[in-house]
Design a protein around this ligand. Sequence first.
Ligand SMILES: Cc1cc2nc3c(=O)[nH]c(=O)nc-3n(C[C@H](O)[C@H](O)[C@H](O)COP(=O)(O)OP(=O)(O)OC[C@H]3O[C@@H](n4cnc5c(N)ncnc54)[C@H](O)[C@@H]3O)c2cc1C
Length: 404
Amino acid sequence: MFDYLIVGAGYAGSVLAERLASQLDKRVLIVDRRNHIGGNAYDCYNDDGILIHKYGPHIFHTNSQEVFEYLGRFTEWRPYEHRVEASVDGQLVPIPINLDTINKLYGLKLTAFELEEFFKKVAVHVEHVKTSEDVVISKVGQELYEKFFKNYTKKQWGLDPSELDASVAARVPARTNRDNRYFTDTYQAMPLLGYTRMFERMLAHPNIKIMLQTDYRELEGLVPYKEMIYTGPVDEFFDYTYGKLPYRSLEFKHETHNSPVFQPAPVVNYPNEQLYTRITEFKYLTGQEHPKTSIVYEFPKGDGDPYYPVPRPENQEMYKKYKALADAMSGVHFVGRLATYRYYNMDQVVAQALTVFKKIAGEREEAHTRQAKVDSDTLQLAHSFAMAHKLRTNGHSTQIHRAS
Ligand SMILES: Cc1cc2nc3c(=O)[nH]c(=O)nc-3n(C[C@H](O)[C@H](O)[C@H](O)COP(=O)(O)OP(=O)(O)OC[C@H]3O[C@@H](n4cnc5c(N)ncnc54)[C@H](O)[C@@H]3O)c2cc1C
């Protein structure tokens, strides 16, 4: 009998497995339908011996000392500040837009003060900022919006920025100084030996068993457990009862080149002409020295693995219904970016998982009160899922081998 079945060995599942095993002495089975741990942050050495990120570049940055120190128990850090350039009008210029971007793009010699005036002059007055387009044009005006954001966003989301929530572009600042760091968080670093090694250390506790290439539904009736932590897609858990939550996906094209350097920056964005959105060169991120170099192209697409929840009001409405169902279920905790249908960075998922752990450890009463407040229809529907779930927990025990 396991105390917890954890579905998904990404950040959400792995942090909770580690906490439950090491702090509460719980017996945990963690399953993932992929053939590796680490979720989307998984990295590995390719055939040429270069460390690559299978699911696109993952750069760690956070303002949370708690998250940084927590992960620091499982890895040493390599200081790393990320930089991105954009290919616009045949030139590579820094992004986020800063003083150097504007001066290079227009052949000017503006000072920071003059750039502030420049932005004021080109900014479009928007009465109520609602969409991503509003956010950008009200900051940097129509022309820079079209050069840097419009087509990039269209490629990335399959939607015009005017159809996307303001929150999407709120992440893209414009600066009047020469700061060309992509992030400004207090802690910016990469795990010295890679993400997968960090996850291996996290899951090395003897109370944790790992099963890979296994969908948790395959274990129905076979593996008894008391509670579940679910980090997969929330709509899938409830058999798409209210419909499919839309996601944007990506196709990754990995290449290795027979030269030590491919491009002058860790990431180059291609807002306009190309079908891909960006190219990442991994050695900048990992600090690895190697006579060859590996890169990845990202091609956005509509179907495929669920990567980015599409931030539109109607999708949030659908998610709210699933959330009500999830809240009404006892014995299952929904954690992580797929289970809560939100784009979270790695540090935010770690913070969310640590919060859930604290709740599990100390605040069970509150969960009962919350359940009492849910309306009766939702409660009934949740109850039927809980019954199905309970049947799963009554199955026979089976021998699980450690998989890593
Ligand atoms: C292209 C890309 C780039 C990113 N770059 C950054 C970055 O630079 N910095 C940053 O901070 N964040 C970045 N992120 C976000 C980061 O990947 C997420 O915050 C993090 O991986 C979320 O962890 P998670 O555990 O919630 O989900 P995941 O990592 O997706 O893990 C969920 C796991 O659950 C498994 N699963 C699902 N359903 C089932 C099932 N039925 N049975 C068994 N297993 C199941 C999946 O296989 C998956 O491994 C990026 C994301 C993407 C897509």
